[in-house]
Design a protein around this ligand. Sequence first.
Ligand code: IMP
Length: 428
Amino acid sequence: MTQVIVGAQWGDEAKGKIVDFVSDRAEFVVRYSGGNNAGHTVVANGKEFKFHLLPAGVLHPGTTSILAAGMVVCPRSLVRELDETRAKQPELGKVVISRAAHVVLPYHMSLDALEEDARGKDKIGTTSRGIGPAYTDKVQRSGIRMAEFVDEGLFRARLQAVLDAKERLFSLFGQTPPKFDDVFDEYRGYADQIRPYVGDAEQKLQDAVAAGKRVLMEGAQGTFLDLDLGTYPFVTSSHPVAGGACIGTGIGPRDIQGVLGVCKAYSTRVGTGPFPTELLDDTGEQIRQQGNEFGTTTGRPRRCGWLDVAALRFSARANSFSGLVITRLDVLSGLGALQVATRYRLDGKELAGVPMCSHEWGRVEPVYETLVGWEGEMGAARALSDLPRETQDYVRFIEEAVGVPAAILSIGPGREQTIVLRPDLVWG
Ligand code: IMP
């Protein structure tokens, strides 16, 4: 079974925990898009791991982790992450990095900051990891790929050519690009460390799928941060949606059997951009505190709001979800009555779906239904029937409103705080 795990909202849906949970039976776990803008926290064997580039499946020694062609990989961050992960758990699964993945270099990070500054009040609120500029180079056909990066002669030539071309761009900002020698000397060291991992990821993956191995594709960010389908321009520069798993890996759509859509029991967003159900009041603050809603990558406070099933319905179709994973139900405990947006209104008219343009996204009025909330600690629940009746009703409401069955519920950060409702949708 080849399965994709996708963020159904604006990212940070706790996909890392779910990938870790599901991947103990996977033979391959694949990151297909994005780079170290992502941040996945996994609590395993009493230790907390934070992943930005490595697939969360790397903690399972029998699993091969693939960083696929659709990714942009920062070598400095990857080397650090491999070292930090090994320091906590010496035995990791095998890691293979696609020769076609693009490399994030220091000039991408500088340009991310310069471009954000130039946007003034229209800032995207990027993670400042150089992700947008690295994808821009890819589209402009001037990016450096992993296969070139780990070949010292090729890297030297490509880096020189790219830095020469970047002079013009940096001069528009009244700046100069980083110096060739500084970048080359630092990064050839990373290339030496990364070289053993760079391989023919696409062939390995295609062979694995053909042989019927269990393959899990791990999405980063979320559907509404997708470059085409999200709240453009307040989006990331890649394709977090399920279709991105095909583009970014070399596996075709008919080889994907399942798509799990991960959503929080409420909504959050980091960075700027439309967020119809945002709560700017004490309730929003209470969710932020109870959920410790601060970014894994940047530490920024996340914007918090009610669950938005109007948006989730779009997400379900855009990704063809076979099952929903509802996370962080525990965070809503003690909040009192819960609002859920079921539809949007724009200029007094009800919309059939979501608007595709930010200037409209920013003006929609959510139409809410009120559900009864619940109280108390629920982290010890191990079955749906252990949860308060109101939590069960909340889950049933979401399933019905989105039109997708709930496959997994998550009620805390630990692996054991996970309730599987539909093993068939999780493991086939
Ligand atoms: P970039 O991906 O750094 O270019 O940032 C573009 C937008 O996507 C910003 O609003 C970021 O906050 C958001 N973003 C990028 N990665 C993540 C993520 O992993 N979780 C949540 N938001 C993200």
